[in-house]
Design a protein around this ligand. Structure first.
Ligand code: UDP
Length: 328
């Protein structure tokens, strides 16, 4: 039986990856420090004979017992609100955390896949974004802590590949959504759905002309799975190229939820990318992958998930207070 370590296991993507690899017959070791992750996302796996959980911060030395065949490094805050609240942790998990996991992969002779991001392209000047675009990132802006950590992560991963011959994979993840997104992480989908469910107006930032392309989580997980098992070491974009403006998206949410509330406009956050759409030619050619779930279907499943949250969870619209986790 193959053994895989998944960091960020209690997070949105990490928990879905745990499910996928359990389903595919792997022994899964999940790891998370639970700053932004939530054990609720994986509690259904507790007691499974092929699932273990380690409460650990990967920016500290990482040790797990036994052999490992694969490592998936998915531990990181992943929303602009989180970067503002925990900027140093965001930098550390992408840099020091990645270094620790590369060292572990080398020691265990495991293949490692690291979760990179469309944010390596910054506010892109090339559209749609191909993997050979170098990006347009403000190093010292609010998103810089995430973007630069992820860019460093790609560099150090490639260095371990070329210098140590480590088997490495790099996925550049574009906006992904689905059940288990954190309601209060500030991202647009939980924000809009939460607002609709609480009977609040929908907050569109700027004039809403900025675009995103949203990928359903099952498609994302399938792309990551195929990339891990492929023999391809260059970065691969995984995302859904179907692009929409944020204003049009807000209107879709109003239709989906039937809310009687209106759209209100708020200031556009600094360095908010104006347009984003993955070029997925590489994923199609190399992995035979393309997304299958359209937004209407994916958003209905996601909305149904958010409807299962309790009144109390829904009312908890304040952003999570991380201060108790932060070492001074
Ligand atoms: N956004 C918005 N209202 C909100 C939250 C986000 O209009 O309440 C916008 C945000 O400015 C951005 C887009 O939605 O243009 C996607 O934001 P998100 O934080 O989900 O992800 P990212 O900007 O990292 O793609």
């Amino acid at each position: 039986m193959k053994r895989i370590l998944i960091t960020g296991a209690a997070g949105f993507l990490g928990s879905h990856l745990c499910d996928k690899f359990i389903k595919e017959g792997y022994h899964v070791l999940g790891m998370d420090n639970l700053i932004t992750g939530d054990l609720k996302n994986i509690e259904h796996l507790f007691g499974h004979e092929h699932f273990e959980f380690y409460h650990h911060d990967v920016t500290k030395f990482v040790h797990v017992p036994g052999d490992l065949d694969y490592i998936l490094h998915f531990a990181s805050p992943a929303s602009p609100i989180d970067y503002l609240k925990i900027p140093i942790q965001t930098l550390k998990v992408g840099s020091l955390g990645t270094h620790n996991l590369l060292g572990l992969a080398k020691q265990k002779e495991a293949r490692i896949l690291i979760a990179s991001t469309s944010e390596v392209y910054g506010d892109p000047l090339v559209h749609p974004q191909t993997e050979d675009y170098y990006g347009n990132v403000n190093t010292i802006g609010p998103r810089g802590v995430y973007d630069e950590a992820k860019r460093f992560q790609e560099s150090i991963t490639m260095a371990y590949h070329t210098f140590h011959g480590l088997e490495t994979r790099i996925v550049r993840i574009f906006n992904t959504y689905g059940p288990r997104m954190r309601l209060n992480d500030g991202r647009v989908i939980p924000a809009f759905i939460g607002q609709a469910l609480r009977g609040e107006d929908l907050t569109v930032f700027g004039d809403g002309a900025q675009t995103r392309s949203f990928c359903y989580v099952d498609d994302q997980v399938e792309g990551i799975y195929r990339l891990l098992l492929s023999d391809y070491e260059q970065p691969v974009n995984i995302g859904n190229p179907h692009e929409i403006t944020i204003l049009e998206f807000a209107e879709e949410i109003i239709k989906l939820t039937g809310t009687k509330q209106k759209i209100v406009f708020k200031d556009l956050p600094k360095d908010d990318p104006m347009q984003r759409q993955p070029d997925i030619t590489r994923a199609k050619n190399i992995l035979g992958w393309e997304p299958k779930v359209n937004r209407e279907v994916g958003m209905k499943i996601t909305y149904d998930y958010f409807k299962t949250l309790t009144e109390e969870e829904l009312r908890y619209s304040e952003h999570k207070d991380f201060s108790k986790y932060i070492q001074k």
